[in-house]
Design a protein around this ligand. Structure first.
Ligand SMILES: Nc1ncnc2c1ncn2[C@@H]1O[C@H](COP(=O)(O)OP(=O)(O)OP(=O)(O)O)[C@@H](O)[C@H]1O
Ligand SMILES: [Mg+2]
Length: 621
């Protein structure tokens, strides 16, 4: 319940609405409770004395109260819908923003389905309770107190007995809540697991089909759904027996009231009209008590949902800008000779420190910044051995360094440290002599452009995908970047640059996606560029053309690129070989071939394959 209470800040903007909503709800309860008292006045007054003149006013008053109740209920629902929907929207926004802030490591650790279910179904559970549960919880409590007070007023001992008989309801509710909490949490977690499984099967559908795993996938899905089913049935059984108790108690009480009321009336302790009012008022308690079942169940669901949501919101992002980093001096120093061409990088006014850091004209060709790794160590959370140990590297402005190493040697890991997708566990990385942790993250991410191993594209147009890092780029600049990446296929797409590509770029081939991702990385013309094996999916001839174009495009940019093939390595001024988590050799391609057996071994087979490709090409020609 602590988690639910924490959500109150989301309702604060709607405080007056909520007060209005509660006032409407309480007024509606009051109108409902006045009607039995009018009945009493009718029976004891108009009917027993024969004074017909009271009939019309009482009838009109009862009708008026009925209409007022309907109007009040409408007002409550209308006000409530706006408040809770607004609250849900604000929570959605905060969860999404927080998920964006959390580092890649968090997303690696958490299952997508769990995040999805928390951001969707859990929020709906909270909204349902905030909208209906809380209002009825309060109005039902008010109804209960008001009815018991009225009953005591009509006949004190009968009223007290009636109030006391309802006490077991409290005990039943308490026992139910304890057991229901466990089941609700289990059900929500299982639904998250199921969502993860469905998501994984949808994205991996080709592998499932190709390897003939449909039956097994179906069976695993079946097993997951039956877990959800069992928990839901268990929940329904518990809810069912609880609700039955809540049905039983008030109805049994009514029987008792009729009996005791008849005795009281026969002893003239209660008038006939009083007895009718007493029974009608007791009947008014039936619905609030029955509704407690629904309210407590939805309250419990909302409480565990809020707990699950706060498990995300309470996770502190590990990669953040240091508080003292918004320092114009250090930022402009780090930015060094950053250049901005029209349409490249962020709009000039968007720098938090204003135009002071604006690059001077003529620096277009001196885009590079220095990058320095100083005894960098990196260990993935929850693992024993560091992937990188004591890595030291120096990149001069405009230099291109190729990083090679066997598969799994930590190349991608090393590259990801530059844009701070993760932070080193020891050592430091500097760009233009400034520790990257001292740079505001938006500045760092503008300084460092990235092309990843897995060329993720979004389901928007080609243009939007390519201009992700440079939203102001002109068509001409886009064309240039596409030309470097040898992505001429874009012109042949049905709507050219405006063609919308499918989810994760599925409508394109692997090599096409990789070329678009490369165009995206180079379009922003960042001072520092890290590229993770950018040409791996290209055929040898296309690779050759892209390499040549890239060599020109990279002039002036400090580039760190992972390369497996000798042809890509040739793009670089220097090569560094990563083995056993350390940089074991650096030098030119020729030097390493001459002096480093591990490099020869790594490149040897590929070089042989390259020769084979050359031979094949010759035959094709
Ligand atoms: N999220 C992670 N959690 C734990 N260990 C990881 C994680 N990602 C990678 N690793 C481990 O870190 C090591 C280096 O992985 P990395 O992806 O950096 O290798 P790589 O050199 O890029 O390989 P490749 O050439 O195949 O792309 C591997 O042993 C891998 O198992
Ligand atoms: Mg890799």
């Amino acid at each position: 319940m602590v988690a639910l209470w924490r959500l109150r800040s989301y309702l604060r903007p709607y405080l007056w609405r909520l007060i209005g909503m509660l006032a409407a709800a309480c007024a509606s309860v009051a109108t409902a409770l006045v009607i039995p008292l009018l009945t009493k006045a009718l029976i004891d007054g108009a009917l027993s004395t024969g004074d017909r003149s009271l009939l019309l006013p009482i009838g009109l008053a009862a009708t008026g109260l009925g209409i007022a109740q309907a109007a009040l209920n409408f007002t409550r629902r209308w006000v409530q819908a706006r408040a809770v929907t607004g609250m849900e929207q604000a929570m959605r926004r905060d969860i999404y923003a927080h998920l964006q802030r959390l580092e890649v490591g968090f997303h690696d650790e958490w299952q997508t389905g769990q995040l999805l279910s928390r951001a969707t179904t859990d929020l709906s559970a909270i909204r349902r309770f905030a909208g209906f549960g809380t209002v009825f919880l309060i109005t039902n409590a008010v109804t209960f107190v008001a009815v018991v007070a009225l009953l005591i007023h009509l006949n004190w001992w009968l009223g007290l007995i009636t109030g006391a008989v309802f006490l077991p309801v409290g005990v039943v509710c308490h026992r139910f809540e304890r057991r229901y909490r466990v089941l609700t949490r289990r059900a929500q977690d299982q639904q998250g697991d199921l969502a993860t499984y469905v998501e994984e099967s949808a994205t991996g559908i080709a592998v499932l089909k190709a390897l003939g795993r449909r039956a097994q996938a179906q069976a695993r899905h079946g097993a997951q759904t039956s877990l959800v089913y069992q928990t839901q049935i268990e929940k329904a059984r518990l809810r069912g027996s609880f609700w039955a108790m809540l049905d039983l108690i008030p109805n049994a009480v009514i029987g008792l009231i009729v009996l005791l009321g008849a005795i009281a009336t026969s002893q003239h302790a209660l008038t006939l009209g009083g007895l009718v009012a007493f029974i009608t008022l007791t009947l008014e308690l039936v619905w609030p008590i029955e509704a407690m079942g629904y309210i407590l169940a939805s309250g419990q669901e909302a409480a565990t949902a809020a707990q699950r949501v706060y498990e995300i919101l309470d996770t502190t992002p590990a990669v953040v800008s240091r508080p003292a980093t918004i320092n114009p001096a250090s930022a402009s120093m780090a930015r060094g000779p950053v250049t901005e061409e029209p349409g490249h990088g962020p709009p000039r006014g968007s720098w938090p420190w204003g135009p002071a850091a604006r690059p001077r004209d003529g620096e277009v060709l001196r885009r590079g910044g220095t990058v320095r790794f100083d005894k960098v160590e990196f260990r993935y959370p929850g693992t024993e051995r560091p992937v990188l140990r004591g890595v030291s590297l120096d990149l001069e402005p405009g230099q291109t360094l190729a990083l090679t190493g066997a598969t799994g040697s930590g190349k991608t890991t090393l590259l990801q440290l530059v844009p701070r997708l993760a932070d080193p566990t020891a050592g430091s990385i500097t760009v233009n002599r400034t520790d990257i942790r001292d740079l505001p993250l938006p500045v760092l991410r503008t300084l460092v452009g990235c092309g990843f191993e897995d060329p993720t594209l979004f389901s928007v147009s080609v243009r939007e995908n390519v201009t992700f890092g440079a939203p102001n780029a002109t068509d001409e600049q886009i064309e240039q970047a596409l030309a470097v990446a040898h992505a001429g296929f874009v012109a042949r797409l049905p709507w050219g640059l405006d063609t919308r590509i499918g989810e994760q770029g599925m409508a394109l081939s692997g090599g096409q996606r990789q070329r678009l991702a490369l165009a995206r990385a180079i379009l922003a013309k960042p001072p520092v560029l890290v590229l993770d094996d950018p040409l791996s999916a290209l055929d040898v001839r296309t690779e050759e053309k892209v390499t040549a174009a890239l060599r020109d495009a990279l002039a002036g940019t400090t580039a760190l690129l992972v390369a497996h093939r000798p042809s890509t390595v040739l793009l670089a001024d220097r090569v560094a070989l990563l083995a056993g988590g350390r940089i074991v050799a650096t030098g030119t391609h020729a030097e390493l071939l001459a002096t480093e057996p591990r490099y020869v071994e790594l490149m040897g087979d590929v070089a042989a394959a390259g020769e084979h490709d050359d031979a094949e090409r010759a035959v094709a020609r």
